[in-house]
Design a protein around this ligand. Structure first.
Ligand SMILES: O=C([O-])C(=O)C[C@H](O)[C@@H](O)C(=O)[O-]
Length: 293
């Protein structure tokens, strides 16, 4: 499966009564598709995976697959208890998704061979990209083992240790060739792409794509990239770091600012404060001006 271009992580919109707003999600994904993302990742971190019931997760994936309509590979978030991850995997497969982003398990973390068995079980249902983050930080040897596991097709790096990622890419390429996918999945990945490219990783997820695809795709093309880094991405990254959970809340606020009522975030996240939304609004204006100019 070829992932190429900016990777789009949609938010999951909620209606005023708190239910999942499938029609708004369809519109959100359709708007993103006009800008040609390389892959679409439904109900992942940005899509508030931890706040969705299994039924809502399945509905979000169905809506996304329909809105993408075969124009890009669709991945669904999966994770948590093994039974839940398997149900999410089956629902994603039945919805027509191409693969899964397997989020790290929480609270119960066994030794590596236990995690490897967890990954194997889920990867029997649909191809899996493993999200390296928190308790899951594979060594190069463990990444080679993952790459040799049937159904495991990639690694999303959310750790940011460039020395480790460089050694991991070299080891996996040596053992498994070029087919295994790596991507930079750090928050606001654009900021660190120069380093990742140097480490052999050219693909990245973009939170910004969800609310300002014009900016995200201009950056990918290298247009005004240095100005975008200093005047848009760096201040945006700083704002995202001010309150826990803003990595997601500000993306949803951005979607609302661009005219789509994606509703609030669900607990335990909190919505961005009005002064932070105002800052974001000014940043988006600045970013759009740089792209237009
Ligand atoms: O699971 C998720 O939603 C992500 O980690 C993807 C995001 O786009 C991430 O790259 C970010 O927050 O900037």
């Amino acid at each position: 499966m070829n992932l190429d271009g900016v990777l789009f992580f949609p938010v999951t919109p909620f209606a005023p009564d708190g239910s999942l707003a499938g029609d708004v999600l369809a519109e959100h994904v359709a708007r993103g598709m006009e800008h040609g993302p390389g892959g679409v990742f439904a109900a992942c971190g940005t899509g508030e995976f931890p706040a969705l019931s299994e039924a809502e997760h399945a509905a979000a994936v169905r809506v996304t697959v329909k809105a993408v309509a075969g124009r890009a590979p669709v991945f669904a978030g999966a994770g948590g208890p093994l039974g839940a991850a398997l149900n999410q995997a089956r629902a994603a497969r039945d919805a027509g998704a191409d693969g899964l982003l397997l989020l790290p398990p929480y609270l119960a973390m066994g030794p590596w061979r236990g995690f490897a068995a967890y990954v194997r079980a889920v990867a029997e249902v649909l191809p899996v990209i493993v999200y390296a983050r928190g308790p899951v930080v594979p060594t190069p040897e463990q990444a080679v083992e993952l790459a040799a596991t049937s159904g495991v097709i990639g690694l999303k790096d959310g750790v940011g240790d460039i020395d480790l990622i460089r050694r991991t890419v070299l080891a996996v390429r040596r053992a498994a060739g070029p087919g295994f996918t790596f991507f930079n999945g750090l928050p606001t990945a654009e900021l660190t792409m120069a380093a990742y490219r140097g480490a052999g990783v050219g693909l990245y997820s973009s939170a910004v794509f969800a609310f300002a695809p014009e900016i995200a795709t201009a950056f990918l093309r290298g247009e005004n990239a240095q100005e975008l880094l200093t005047e848009f991405y760096e201040p945006f990254s700083r704002l995202r770091a001010t309150v826990p959970g803003y990595a997601v809340s500000l993306v949803k606020a951005g979607v609302r600012l661009r005219g789509l009522d994606a509703g609030p975030v669900r607990p335990p996240l909190v919505d961005a404060a009005p002064e932070h939304v105002a800052e974001l609004s000014a940043l988006i204006e600045r970013g759009l001006a740089l792209v237009a100019g």
